[in-house]
Write a protein that binds this ligand. Sequence first.
Ligand SMILES: [Zn+2]
Length: 253
Amino acid sequence: MEDSALWHKILPEQRGLYPSYGIVRSGGRLKNNGRGKSGLTKGATPTQGSNVHIDTFTGGLFETNCFYLPEARLLIDAPQDAADWLQRRGYSVDGLILTHGHIDHVWDAAQIQREHTCDVYYHPETEPMVRDSQFFKRLGFNWEVSPIEPGITLGESPSEILGGIDFQLFYVPGHCPGSLCFLHKAEEILFGGDVLFAGGVGRWDLPGGDRDLLLGGIRKKLFVLPDSVRVLPGHGPATTIGVERKTNPYLQA
Ligand SMILES: [Zn+2]
């Protein structure tokens, strides 16, 4: 675990199955395989046919996606360079939602909290990862997290209003303790973090990971959602529940 690149390395058994991310970072803006428009989209990739604006930024070593909802002034995850991107775009954040505490998702969280004096939402199990600067060092990773000020903890819930949006929250650990997926109920968009990817799932070999917990949680909690629900994952392109239920190689019966 001494090599920080391990964080992102694909498991041997995932090699060949896990897709290349299909998203390239260009001048700090997202390009979705050349198919979608980069930047602020409405009715285009990654939220085709929907009525919600979502701006996407992919940042850092691990090409981590974050999502900004301008009307709600909500940001979902805080990868490296996300704070600068918000400044460049002129976005202000009232609420920062953290899907889980892995460093590539919380890298800029403290800076964003400071610059925007925003609320930060996360699961209680995420707390040590974002509040204890030595958390990852103790696990053998050479990273020091900038600790955030205390946030607001959330658990699994059928309804949680954040930024005026009604979300359903699913607790799906197994990739990382405290992983939450946030379903925007009105728009049927799941902000899934590193749980379910297009053609893949989150790696389960990191500290606190558990394959059965992860796959069981996806089957029981996410795959019961309608086929049409769009999934915006923490890495790689968007997908849908229907496509993943039918074709995801990790989750076939
Ligand atoms: Zn992760």
